[in-house]
Design a protein around this ligand. Structure first.
Ligand code: GSH
Length: 148
């Protein structure tokens, strides 16, 4: 069986959850754009020509919160794409790998939801963040063990 093919359930799960994470990030990016146009609040002076009456403001709580969620994704998800890919190459158990990828996606989706959409009290966001870190840490150890 080719490791990087649809026939490999681990690679299929990696591809599926990688794409879902990309779409999740895209949704945040679209939400920022939507909020900017709706509130007529932009980050750079030249952007104000995009909507009549628009202003420059870098302190809007809704926009900044969504931007922080997006930045946090950028700090975390690219690492998943790299480590997750290397983890696929270690030929892990399909059951474990699929559930790890699923868990990572759910943790990041919860992080986004409670940060950018409906604000939940802490430690909800911290836990979702830490679950994601734990998944990447576990996969990193597996990759180290396999390739060293
Ligand atoms: N760059 C992050 C590193 C730590 C982190 O990612 N913490 C999580 C859980 S509390 C978080 O959601 N941080 C908020 C953020 O990055 O905006 C920070 O400064 O907070």
């Amino acid at each position: 069986m080719d490791l990087l093919s649809r026939q490999n359930p681990v690679f299929s799960a990696y591809a599926l959850y990688s794409v879902l994470l990309s779409l999740k990030m895209l949704a945040l990016f679209l939400r920022i754009a939507y909020l900017r146009v709706k509130k007529k609040i932009f980050i750079s002076p030249e952007d104000t020509s995009l909507a009549p009456g628009a202003v420059v403001n870098r302190d809007d709580p809704d926009i900044e919160r969504t931007r922080r969620a997006h930045l946090n994704d950028l700090e975390n998800i690219p690492m998943f794409w790299i480590i997750g890919f290397l983890y696929v190459l270690t030929r892990p158990s399909a059951l474990i790998a699929e559930n790890l990828f699923r868990l990572y996606f759910v943790a990041r989706a919860i992080h986004t939801f409670v940060y950018a959409f409906v604000v939940f009290p802490q430690p909800t966001r911290a836990i979702s963040f830490l679950v994601g870190i734990a998944v990447k840490f576990y996969m990193s150890l597996q990759v180290l063990a396999y390739f060293s």
